[in-house]
Ligand binder design. Structure first.
Ligand SMILES: Cc1cc2nc3c(=O)[nH]c(=O)nc-3n(C[C@H](O)[C@H](O)[C@H](O)COP(=O)(O)OP(=O)(O)OC[C@H]3O[C@@H](n4cnc5c(N)ncnc54)[C@H](O)[C@@H]3O)c2cc1C
Length: 423
């Protein structure tokens, strides 16, 4: 009985303990669930708020220089969806900007990049050859300006031609209206970086090749876009100058001989002659000769041998239309050591693009493409600058941009000449 008497008692005590434990368990469970819910809610709200903030984030961008690179950068900016106000300036007036006679050759990678930005090549005067699109620089700029005009409904686009970027220009911008991003694309002669206090130190690096350029200006010829002509493995008979050994020391790994490219319109014809660096007698002779008529003769004969059938030959009378390098020179790529910077007081990020960032001392007819390579990271940069939470985010974005810029120069040094000249 006792046992029975105790049992219920025990059972009673055991029941009360079990209940309390159950309650604690339930309480702990409830607390865990509500904490989890609160954390989940916090995460959802934070992610949504961040997403909303990122989605809403819009900045003001200033582009200095309306060359092909500056205008393409402007297109990247309006397409990024992160720009509220875009100002594009150039010190040249519209007529001077658009009458530039040089032809540009957009290679397949640049064509793909531009197609991604909505460029419609069917609506631009030019011609196709081997995946490249050839047009005049002014035609290209005019086309880009017209697209920017169409984007005015979605983004406040202001194109200020005939306006020089200078200290005075900067002083006139009210502090509250300073752009968050400045893209400097003022070409190889621009000095906008120094206006912004950015060092003009360049790294000059050899492309391990020698080259020479020639230009022929014939005002009586047509200005229509023309595909380029290439010739490879060229050797020149310099026996008249005492250089006999024409095919000495052929390097089986390098593409031997000279590579020639004739490009531009019939009115502004350009020639680029290049060979991988070597120490053959011919190269040494052409590097050091003081007789400028030798190089002139090489270009003269090369042009007449490889020009298209429909354009006139150069002859003794028309030869004075041609200007050329006096001798072979080492091809070098100069690129800015500082191609991205942060202006702390004004909270502005600056990036440098196109020939303002990197330039060759040799015209390959590839210049615009090199500029386009740099622009491939501008969309991401603008996105990161617009959605940056703090200065750290901006600095990281600038650092990534600068790294990409260095990589563009590095890649050109290794494969640029083979892409643009040797193949
Ligand atoms: C003779 C010649 C032939 C060429 N042929 C070819 C070719 O066949 N294929 C090819 O791909 N490339 C060719 N190029 C190269 C091509 O023209 C350049 O690569 C290209 O123009 C560079 O573009 P960019 O926008 O960087 O600079 P730019 O075209 O030089 O544009 C810079 C702009 O910035 C403006 N600017 C400068 N300072 C200021 C300032 N302070 N304020 C406001 N605006 C300013 C200038 O007025 C200019 O309009 C050739 C170049 C030359 C000279």
């Amino acid at each position: 009985m006792d046992g029975h008497g105790v049992q219920p008692g025990n059972a009673g005590v055991g029941g009360i303990g079990g209940n309390a434990e159950g309650k604690y368990r339930a309480l702990a469970y409830d607390t865990a669930v509500s904490t989890l819910l609160a954390v989940a809610l916090y995460v959802v709200v934070k992610v949504s708020l961040d997403g909303f903030r990122q989605w809403r984030a819009r900045i003001s961008v200033l582009i200095v220089g309306s060359g092909p690179v500056g205008l393409t950068a402007a297109l990247v900016a309006v397409r990024s969806g992160k720009v509220l106000k875009l100002t594009v300036l150039d010190e040249r007036y519209r007529s001077a900007l658009l009458c530039r006679p040089q032809q540009i050759a957009l290679d397949p990678r640049s064509v793909k990049f531009l197609l991604g930005l909505g460029v419609d090549f069917d609506n631009m005067e030019g011609c196709w050859n081997n995946g490249h699109f050839f047009t005049r620089i002014g035609v290209f700029q005019e086309y880009l300006l017209s697209i920017l005009e169409q984007k005015k409904q979605r983004v406040e686009v202001k194109v200020q031609l005939g306006t020089k970027f200078s200290e005075e220009y900067l002083r006139r911008i009210p502090h509250s209206s300073w752009p968050r991003v400045i893209v400097v694309a003022d070409g190889s002669c621009g000095d906008s970086c120094s206006v912004l206090g950015i060092s003009s130190d360049y790294s000059v690096e050899s492309c391990h090749a020698y080259g020479a350029n020639a230009t022929i200006e014939r005002l009586d010829q047509r200005q229509v876009p023309t595909p380029e002509i290439r010739a490879h493995s060229l050797y020149f008979d310099l026996s008249a100058y005492g250089v006999e050994a024409l095919r000495e020391h052929r390097n089986p790994t390098a593409k031997s001989g000279f590579h020639l490219k004739i490009y531009g319109t019939f009115r502004n014809r350009y020639m680029a002659l290049v060979c991988p660096s070597s120490d053959t007698k011919m190269v040494r002779f052409l590097r050091h000769t003081s007789n400028s008529s030798i190089m002139r003769n090489i270009f003269y004969q090369s042009f007449n041998a490889y020009k298209t059938d429909i354009e006139p030959r150069l002859n003794d009378v028309t030869l004075h239309h041609m200007q050329c390098s006096r001798r072979l020179f080492e091809i070098q790529l100069s690129h800015r050591r500082i191609s991205a910077a942060y202006i702390e007081g004004d909270n502005a990020a600056v990036i440098v693009e196109g020939e303002a960032a990197r330039v060759l001392n040799f015209d390959t007819g590839f210049g615009v493409n090199l500029g386009m390579r740099g622009l491939e990271s501008v969309g991401t940069f603008i996105y990161r600058a617009a959605t940056a939470v703090d200065q750290n985010d901006i600095l990281e974005a600038l650092s990534a941009k600068m790294q990409h810029s260095r990589q563009v120069a590095e890649t050109f040094k290794h494969t640029g000449l083979s892409e643009s000249m040797y193949e």
